[in-house]
Design a protein around this ligand. Structure first.
Ligand SMILES: [Fe+2]
Ligand SMILES: [Fe+2]
Length: 149
């Protein structure tokens, strides 16, 4: 698709724009912190999976940046705004909660959006985030069970 999305040429939905901005910032922080988390992973298998999750976040980031551009004509340039958790276990705990919250947030955006392209984009991203949450929960459980033995 090229050009701006029709319904927003006449009246930009400012709540939607604020939500997309927040989503872009969240993806940007996740891309940064998942790089550090991958480096702390105890096995190459886990590292590879975290890097795959990070690839999904890069894809979401690019999709949302492009969407924001099509709605406003502006290119956002986010900065890292959060510090990442300091160790692997804390990183997993943080990521499980963050991914779960992001699922809710994206589904809300999807439900509120009037344009079907935006609805689909956020619904699909929500499914990815749900999948990420399950991977992180699995790693967390594995890590804790191993420690408890
Ligand atoms: Fe994401
Ligand atoms: Fe995610």
């Amino acid at each position: 698709m090229t050009g701006y999305l029709d319904p927003f040429i006449r009246g930009v939905d400012h709540h939607l724009l604020a939500d997309i901005k927040k989503a872009i910032q969240g993806e940007y922080n996740a891309i940064h912190c998942y790089q550090l988390l991958a480096e702390q992973a105890p096995s190459s298998k886990e590292r590879k999976q975290i890097l795959e999750i990070r690839e999904d976040e890069i894809k979401h980031y690019n999709q949302f940046i492009n969407l924001y551009y099509r709605l406003t004509g502006k290119r956002l340039k986010p900065q890292v705004t959060e510090s990442c958790p300091s160790n692997y276990l804390e990183g997993l705990k943080f990521s499980i909660e963050d991914e779960q919250e992001t699922v809710d947030f994206y589904l809300e955006i999807s439900d509120k959006a009037k344009e079907s392209y935006i609805r689909k984009l956020f619904k699909r991203a929500a499914k990815d985030e749900q999948n990420h949450a399950v991977w992180f929960l699995y790693f967390y459980t594995k890590y804790c069970c191993k420690k408890a033995k």
